[in-house]
Ligand binder design. Structure first.
Ligand code: B12
Length: 208
């Protein structure tokens, strides 16, 4: 059963995943077991295949969606059992930028890896990022930018975090998006950069 669920995530079988997950639960397999022994290993493989170039973005999205379908079924049980999230991430695309496909992919992969994710959407101003950081108290704040004209808002967000109760000291800041580089992350004082969703998950795990 666990192998079947793992394979369904790898194959992106969105339609059947909720039923399959429910079947496993009915057979007495625990929610935690399904998460740790089927879903998480499947997404690890998806991430590895993407990094090697054996899997493309649409396939990764479909697997991430399939995983989400299973997680939706398991979530109430996991919460009941007191399984703590790996950490909390607030993520959004910066002001003036409406590209959200990559950011949503990162958000989905983070959820798949066990993080609680607050997705602020696109065109998020520095003030909105800072307000959300104060409200949700995340471990990590993630920013995405796809335009050279909008990535310049990233340091503004870092400054805004410094201005609200020294939030900058309590939160790790990670950035990404096509024009963004490790060099830019270093320049603006971010804690990390990742070129894709799979490495964003690795980065987030390493920071909490
Ligand atoms: C789809 C798209 C659009 C769609 C966006 C739809 C949407 N809802 O997102 C639409 C049509 C609306 C659009 C509009 C525009 N676009 Co556009 N768009 C693209 C396109 C083709 C694909 C972007 C994409 O989704 N890639 C797929 C995802 C999966 O990849 P990704 O975003 O890079 O994300 C990955 C990583 O970067 C990383 N990542 C992303 N975010 C984060 C965050 C964190 C924290 C981390 C760790 C990692 C991470 O992980 C992601 C997943 O692996 C790109 C070209 C390209 N090939 O990139 C142009 C592109 C980004 N657009 C461009 C431009 C110019 C525009 C417009 C200005 C066009 C115009 N004249 O109107 C407008 C701007 C609108 C605005 N204000 O934002 C240029 C940008 C040039 C530049 N250097 O500034 C590009 C590069 C095209 C080009 N070659 O000219 N666009």
């Amino acid at each position: 059963m666990l192998d079947k669920i793992k394979q369904a995530v790898l194959d992106g079988e969105m339609e059947g995943i909720a039923e399959l997950t429910n079947q496993a639960l009915t057979q007495g397999i625990g929610a935690r077991e399904i998460l740790d022994q089927a879903l998480t290993p499947a997404m690890d493989i998806v991430g590895e295949e993407y990094e090697k170039g054996d899997r493309y973005v649409p396939e990764m999205l479909i697997s991430a969606e399939t995983m989400k379908g299973a997680v939706t079924v398991l979530k109430p049980l996991l919460v009941e059992a007191g399984v703590k999230a790996r950490g909390k991430v607030v993520i959004g695309t910066v002001e003036g930028d409406l590209h959200d496909i990559g950011k949503d992919l990162v958000a989905m992969m983070l959820e798949g890896a066990g993080f609680e994710v607050v997705n602020l959407g696109a065109e998020v101003t520095a003030e909105q990022f800072a307000k959300a950081a104060k409200e949700h108290g995340p471990d990590i704040l993630g920013m995405s930018a796809l335009l050279t004209t909008t990535m310049i808002h990233m340091p503004e967000v870092i400054d805004a975090l410094k201005e609200v109760d020294d939030l900058r000291d309590q939160i790790k800041v990670i950035i990404g998006g096509a024009p963004v580089t490790q060099g830019y992350a270093d320049k603006i004082g971010a804690d990390g950069y990742a070129p894709d969703a799979a490495s964003a998950t690795k980065l987030a795990k390493s920071l909490v």
